[in-house]
Design a binder for this molecule. Structure first.
Ligand code: AMP
Ligand code: ZN
Ligand code: FE
Ligand code: FE
Length: 289
């Protein structure tokens, strides 16, 4: 395998991406990546298909999941769980809880949209998701198709984003719960796109990283489409100081995020070494125990 680049953060139709898991793998191959991790929101539903496609095309693969944690607004904290054991009962319990949080939220969004004069039903949303995890981008796609908005972005701005009239939060796990459940599922927890923590200063960021590390955090996503050069440098230095793994990915969602291409994060590529260190840790002592 000659390529020295990987992508460790991307989404498929199993959550809110627009390519099937096998299509994401095929794209990774055509981009010349040597390894891929699929990190759908709240589900590992796409992992088996992606793993099979990866095995056939000779690209290395790592199962993953992305979990939104409960933090005060306007911050968002997402944790990536890498290398989880797909048959772990704890993992099944985790995804059941996460999807339950969504299932409570979605009908409230639909009801509010109806009150706002938008004709949309839960059945349409479920059809749009095709049996996969329902996310707001599915609702946005319907609003767009029906002409209520001119773009997915406008659907969020006008209706679905935090602060907009049809926004409802979903029940989230605390970071402590998410890290514990990922670990008990045989995986490693990594802080996704720390820029989205929206910390006010470096001291606050460092305190969060320290607290998460005490809870068992294994790594920081240093390269991401939302990170410029200065942020990559800041997060790299933080990871190194706390002895954490460094990871990186595009956060590719297919055409749901049109400006993001698989394998590239704000003009940067993710070194193969990040994947290799992650594999070592996933396969290491944690698994043996
Ligand atoms: P959900 O998982 O249902 O909360 O939806 C989260 C997804 O919605 C994210 O992964 C983004 O892809 C998308 N999203 C969130 N906010 C926006 C926004 N303002 N514009 C476009 N997409 C967004
Ligand atoms: Zn997403
Ligand atoms: Fe995220
Ligand atoms: Fe993501």
């Amino acid at each position: 395998m000659s390529s020295s680049f990987v992508d460790l953060h991307c989404h498929s139709t199993a959550s809110d991406g627009t390519l099937s898991p096998a299509e994401v793998v095929a794209l990774a191959v055509s981009c010349g990546l040597s390894a891929l991790a699929l990190t759908d929101h709240d589900t590992i539903g796409g992992v088996a298909e992606a793993a099979e496609a990866a095995a056939k095309s000779g690209i290395d693969f790592m199962p993953g999941i992305e979990i939104s944690c409960d933090v005060p607004r306007p911050a968002t904290m997402h944790l990536l769980g890498y290398g989880v054991d797909l048959v772990s009962p704890v993992l099944l319990d985790l995804t059941t809880r996460l999807i339950g949080g969504r299932n409570d939220r979605n009908p409230r969004i639909i009801q509010k949209l109806n009150e706002l004069g938008v004709a949309i039903t839960m059945e349409e949303v479920e059809a749009e998701a095709g049996g996969n995890v329902v996310g707001r981008p599915h609702i946005a796609a319907i609003l767009h198709r029906k002409g209520y908005v001119s773009s997915i972005k406008q659907a969020f701005d006008k209706y679905l984003a935090q602060g907009a009239p049809a926004y409802f939060d979903k029940e989230r796990l605390t970071a402590r719960q998410a890290i514990e459940l990922v670990q008990q599922s045989g995986g490693l927890a990594v802080l996704a796109h720390p820029v989205q923590l929206r910390t006010e200063n470096d001291a606050q960021l460092e305190r969060i990283v320290k607290d998460l590390t005490d809870l068992g955090l294994a790594g920081i996503e240093v390269i991401h489409s939302d990170h410029d050069a200065a942020l990559v440098e800041k997060y790299t230095s933080l990871a190194d100081r706390y002895g954490l793994l460094k990871t990186g990915g595009s956060d590719f969602h297919g055409t749901n995020k049109k400006n993001i291409s698989l394998g590239t994060a704000n003009g940067r590529r993710v070194p193969r070494e990040f994947f290799d260190r992650l594999v070592e840790r996933v396969a290491g002592p944690m698994r043996a125990g």
